[in-house]
Write a protein that binds this ligand. Sequence first.
Ligand SMILES: Nc1ncnc2c1ncn2[C@@H]1O[C@H](COP(=O)(O)OP(=O)(O)OP(=O)(O)O)[C@@H](O)[C@H]1O
Ligand SMILES: [Mg+2]
Length: 281
Amino acid sequence: MHDLTTGPAVGWGPGGPVIVAVCGKGGAGKTSISAAIVTELLRDPARRVLAIDADPAVGLASALGVEVTRTVDDIRSDVIRQLESGTHTERRELLAHLDYEVFEAVREHGHLAFLAIGRPERQGCYCQVNDFLRDIIGTLVGSFDAVVIDGEAGIEQVNRRVLEKVTHLVQVSDGSVRGLTVARTIQAVAHTAVAYEQAGLILNRIRDEAEAQTLAVPAELNYLGWVPEDDAVRRSAMQGTSLLDLPPGPFLEAVRTCLARMHLPAALPATRSRACGDGSP
Ligand SMILES: Nc1ncnc2c1ncn2[C@@H]1O[C@H](COP(=O)(O)OP(=O)(O)OP(=O)(O)O)[C@@H](O)[C@H]1O
Ligand SMILES: [Mg+2]
């Protein structure tokens, strides 16, 4: 675990991917903002982007128009079932095969790759399998320029089930006191327990600058900006269309402005994909 008092997070080092985890209160707009971040990162067609849906309800998949056939949890459940009935030799073989299974579960959608984590772990300790899976996701992530993780409310689930470290923690809140309280709690947990380099807060579904000004955002949340209620986003949800097809408009523009305050995507070296060969996982 990274102790923020001792300096910057470990990160993935120079040339490693930018990993953005999106967290916040239920319904605040995590999935919509994650999809907008993916859209923004995909504007450079040379960039390889991996979207990870860490929400058991797989909301990001439908927001991006991706069909999920197999989740990491499906793989985990299959392996555990086989381990419980198998021999010691089979156990080694099964675990050795896990990376292939995870790579197979990645859906390709143009320049976008997609992985769904699935349901939270069930009872029982299968630490070795869990650790293996997290290591495999870590290896997979290293083949991309940028990774966007649509998390559950808190970052600790992302930390436990997906990756131990991210580079950017983006919190999403609506203008409610409850949303900002949840954001403070997530930030406090992240500050002590999770490795990240930068964190920031996006206020979603705000009417205008005057309304944004009335909200007392705690300084420790590193306010990045506000995103308006956008009819195109509402329509997309009502019609079940992919947010990747959203035309340029106030929603995407506002998310872009917020990202720029975290130096994204500028922080991504243009040469990164070349440094990783063809970037294939
Ligand atoms: N800026 C916006 N303008 C219009 N509609 C929005 C906006 N942001 C989010 N919504 C809508 O609000 C609803 C909830 O958003 P979203 O699913 O992104 O939230 P969430 O935080 O991922 O929710 P959950 O916690 O259930 O996963 C969706 O129907 C989405 O279309
Ligand atoms: Mg969601």
